[in-house]
Design a protein around this ligand. Structure first.
Ligand code: XMP
Length: 331
């Protein structure tokens, strides 16, 4: 639109003035805010920007590929894809406490990120996808909070000894809806711009207890089925109502893997395998939420597909708890 183009021009001029001929680094998470800020800063300064994508191995199925496709293939940006999967697997071995998982994942991110910055060399600036609500919230983010570590407030960035980057945060006056519009105008695909919220620590906090590669594999496959079926369900609602977010659309939906097994039967064999929990909620702001009143046939299809397609799973259960008293995530 006319206004969006104007806003982009204005921001581009601002960023160019701020950056001059310096090199900028940006941590891409695959999320909306970091993706939009990457596209915007790249529009302004081109190859002076290097994006670093720290792959901790706990993204959803297809996400690392999407980051590559969009930023490397479509935008042709200098993109460093850091395969930190093994590093994170070791880091999380034996860790079961949810806040400890968050803490480790968050602080490791910065270590990997600054190592990469040093490898690139000559970097003087760091771009962040801080948006307006992050600034308001950061005051409220205290102990036990679930703030994304990538977006912690300025002075919380754990710069290593003797290292400092000037920050650019071109989205810090935008609300989420505006960030999405900006993303579309910059040419980012809808599936990236309109994706559902996803926690910074990723699937680690949807695996109850210890995170192992075996559990990750199960969860990724089960979660992909939940998303496929509920994307299709939302799409059908859209066709019926003409509304993107109708009263009954699902807002956030995913699979959770608890740390238990249960008995089942397959053919003549007794199985002792894992259950998968399906979580699907209606919400507008994540502060409160209700469990989605999904039609039985949709739930049934999710269940039969998961037990048929995901080895190691013999049971599917649906979480019917609102927030409060539960939270949307299980950890
Ligand atoms: P809860 O589970 O507290 O989650 O009802 C509310 C919303 O926040 C998301 N969430 C997170 N986002 N880092 C994030 O960036 C986190 O550690 C985190 N934990 C929860 C959650 O997906 C939901 O949308």
């Amino acid at each position: 639109t006319w206004t969006m183009d104007n806003i982009i021009d204005e921001k581009v001029a601002e960023i160019r003035a701020q950056v001059g001929d310096r090199k900028v680094i940006l941590g891409l998470s695959g999320g909306v805010d970091s993706s939009v800020v990457a596209a915007l800063v790249h529009r302004a300064i081109g190859d002076q920007l290097t994006c670093v994508f720290v792959n901790h191995g706990m993204l959803r199925k297809g996400e690392p590929e999407m980051v590559e496709e969009v930023f490397r293939d479509q935008f042709q940006m200098p993109l460093v894809h850091v395969h930190a999967e093994r590093r994170y697997e070791r880091l999380l071995a034996d860790v079961t406490e949810p806040e400890e998982k968050r803490r480790r994942i968050g602080s490791e991110f910065w270590k990997v990120f600054f190592d990469e910055a040093q490898r690139i060399g000559g970097v003087e600036m760091l771009a962040q996808g801080t948006i307006y609500p992050d600034i308001i919230e950061s005051g409220a983010r205290k102990t036990g909070g679930k703030a994304s570590t990538i977006k912690s407030h300025h002075n919380l960035i754990p710069f290593p000894e003797g290292v400092h980057f000037d920050l650019i945060e071109p989205l810090d006056h935008f609300f989420k809806d505006e960030v999405r519009e900006l993303g579309v105008a910059l040419g980012l695909p809808d599936r990236m711009v309109y994706r559902q919220p996803f926690p910074g620590p990723g699937l680690a906090i949807r695996i109850i207890g210890e995170v192992t590669s075996e559990k990750l594999e199960i969860l990724k496959n089960a979660d992909a089925i939940v998303r496929e079926e509920l994307d299709a369900y939302n799409e059908r609602l859209f066709e019926e109502t003409g509304e993107r977010n109708s009263e009954h659309s699902c807002w956030q939906y995913f699979a959770v893997l608890p740390d238990i097994r249960s008995v089942g039967v397959m053919g003549d064999e007794r199985t002792y395998a894992r259950p998968v929990i399906v979580r699907a909620v209606e919400s507008s702001d994540a502060m409160t939420a209700d469990w989605a009143k999904l039609p039985y046939d949709v739930l049934g299809r999710i269940s039969s597909r998961i037990v048929a397609e995901v080895p190691g799973v013999n049971r599917v259960v649906y979480d019917v708890t609102p927030k409060p008293p539960a939270t949307i995530e299980w950890e």
